[in-house]
Design a protein around this ligand. Sequence first.
Ligand SMILES: N[C@@H](CCC(=O)N[C@@H](CS)C(=O)NCC(=O)O)C(=O)O
Length: 202
Amino acid sequence: MKLIDMAHEKNSLWIFGYGSLVWKPDFAYKRRKVGYIKGYKRRFWHGDDFHRGDKEKPGRVATLVEDEEACTWGVAYEVPESHMEESLQYLNVREVMMGGYITEIVEFVPKEKSHTPLLALVYIATSDNPIYLGPASDVEIAAQISISSGKTGHNIEYLLRLAEFMRLCCPEVEDEHLFSIEAALLKIFPHGEITLSAQKAL
Ligand SMILES: N[C@@H](CCC(=O)N[C@@H](CS)C(=O)NCC(=O)O)C(=O)O
């Protein structure tokens, strides 16, 4: 049975976010749970020539890469039946049409041990995507993020807000890829001028 059919049967659909969706879902939901999915690692290997970059200077945003040893932490959102069509239409434009992501179904494991795992829809950009950028060093990724901005904002904000989410909601998780890019980015701006608090002051 397709996830959508199951969702209609249960009157709700779960959507898992691991990039901008963890701090800016911008669709209607009735519940959210912090947790993780197994078998994937989060990597800043996807290009973005709309939201956080442009055709000349594409930004770098998060995607998932299969790795059976890894897990990726984020947020699952429960969308009620009444808002399912509207939310999926919104995400289709934001993620698929403007972002180059495709949908997969994953098993989400809530951080709350008393909550049972559930199936969720996730948006993943694969390596056959025309704006997929692939691996690069932390310093190269940070340098690209430092000079990219698009219709939704600067690529720096995208990275710092994801790092902020991980520190606030998953403090026990060590995401070496994310935090090493953040460290490289902060070295480019040694006077703290790009921290979120500094940006809030602008
Ligand atoms: N699919 C991932 C990544 C989503 C993502 O970052 N998508 C970009 C599209 S390239 C986006 O929506 N950006 C909006 C923004 O940067 O504010 C997630 O679940 O969070």
